[in-house]
Design a protein around this ligand. Structure first.
Ligand code: C5J
Length: 220
């Protein structure tokens, strides 16, 4: 059985069932003027992981393995945005408001797009999700089933919100999940560290974590 060096123990990889899931690498979370910045966050933390996310994506593409992207966003009429989500916190710009990159986290707006360096290529699935998890109110589960995918390598942002939520949803549905440590980030370094520790605690209770180099080596 092929393995990826991982924590808390080796990940038993089945390459014919493996996909990379890139969570929400959107301008709204990574650039000044977007949603992340409107909440008072230092978005430069997010842009720093772009090179590692990029080489992970490239490795999967080179190996002919699926890359699936997600985007957190809402319909222009806000019909999929619960008031509880819109009104949460005290941002300078709320979801749906007009900002310097268009309407915040609205499908089709410039700021909602995936960062150009990580843009999907022809044939790659992009899941638009109104929640933090990728399974809620989307076709994500059906896409995975249709493609015969059972093992998910995760990259993207933020570690403790949309990445961890999706990993937990996937874990409950029977998927084996592996988080690429250098290819995920939080606005809060202590939250990233805690999420990594939680995921792999108690014998990989939510999943495994591994270094990007070790993942790439296994699919080369
Ligand atoms: C957040 C996300 N943090 N993609 N979204 O609101 O993690």
């Amino acid at each position: 059985m092929a393995e990826i060096k991982a924590e808390p123990f080796a990940f038993p990889v089945k390459h014919d069932q493996l996909a990379l899931i890139v969570i929400d690498m959107q301008r709204d979370f990574a650039e000044p003027g977007g949603f992340g910045a409107s909440l008072g966050n230092d978005v430069s933390r997010i842009t720093r992981i772009v090179p590692d996310v990029k080489r992970l994506i490239q490795g999967f593409r080179n190996a002919g393995l699926p890359v699936i992207h997600t985007m957190e966003c809402h319909r222009p009429d806000l019909s999929d945005l619960p008031p509880a989500k819109r009104d949460r916190g005290n941002p300078t710009l709320r979801i749906g408001d007009e900002g310097p990159m268009g309407r915040i986290l609205i499908s089709g707006e410039p700021g909602t797009a995936i960062l150009p360096a990580l843009a999907p290529v022809k044939g790659e699935v992009v899941i638009e999700k109104p929640g933090k998890g990728a399974f809620y109110a989307t076709e994500f589960g059906e896409v995975l089933q249709r493609k015969g995918i059972r093992q998910l390598v995760f990259a993207g942002v933020t570690t403790e919100v949309c990445v961890q939520t999706t990993m937990r949803e996937a874990n409950d549905r029977g998927y084996e999940c592996l988080l690429a440590e250098e290819a995920t980030e939080s606005y809060f370094p202590e939250f990233k560290a805690a999420a990594i520790a939680m995921i792999r605690a108690q014998g990989a209770i939510v999943g495994w974590t591994a270094h990007v180099d070790d993942i790439l080596e296994s699919i080369a």
